[in-house]
Design a protein around this ligand. Structure first.
Ligand SMILES: O=C(O)CCC(=O)C(=O)O
Ligand SMILES: [Fe+2]
Length: 170
């Protein structure tokens, strides 16, 4: 992903499946999938890959950041367990929809990239395979940002996984 930084602690879905009951149940149950299909306007299905289907990303040191990338699967539901209360703490989502490259986030001649601040308890749904996105660095020691990312695919999506996902989560 253009060498963008990954300064964070991660837990892959296969480990979460061993350690947690509630997270795999929430992912496998019909309620969330139905909700997301409604929001997406198309039927979403579980990701077969046990490593990538639900992951935990924890930014917990000053400067920790999840650099620019697109995801392997078309939809990501991101659930905030912890986040800086104030945007000045960093951990902001920056995103550029329908990006031809990751540079779209910084390309001022494009439609400008958008920024979003979230708090613990928030969630957002992202078209994550075609939207370039990143999380800005935490600005101070002591701040934390922890999210669960639930990935969903569709019947018409060709399955593919990138080496970077393996490097991050397994
Ligand atoms: O932490 C976020 O808001 C985004 C997470 C993300 O992009 C990912 O897990 O692929
Ligand atoms: Fe992502």
């Amino acid at each position: 992903m253009d060498g963008s930084p990954r300064h964070m602690t991660t837990l892959g879905g296969h480990v979460i499946a061993q350690e947690s009951r509630i997270i795999p149940e929430l992912y496998a149950g019909p309620a969330l999938r139905t909700l997301i299909s409604g929001l997406a306007g198309e039927t979403v299905i579980d990701v077969p890959d046990t490593v990538e289907r639900h992951v935990l990303n924890i930014l917990h040191r000053e400067g920790d950041t999840h650099g620019a990338h697109t995801d392997d699967y078309p939809y990501a539901l991101v659930l905030f367990l912890e986040a800086p209360d104030h945007p000045a703490g960093g951990g902001l989502l920056e995103y550029a929809p329908k990006a031809r490259s990751l540079k779209a986030i910084d390309d001022a001649s494009n439609a400008p990239a958008r920024t979003a601040h979230h708090r613990a308890g928030d969630a957002y749904l992202l078209r994550s395979d075609t939207t370039a996105h990143r999380v800005t660095p935490l600005t101070r020691p002591g701040l934390r940002r922890a999210v669960l990312n639930f990935a969903y695919t569709t019947h018409s999506t060709h399955p593919h996984t990138t080496p970077s996902a393996r490097e991050l989560y397994s």
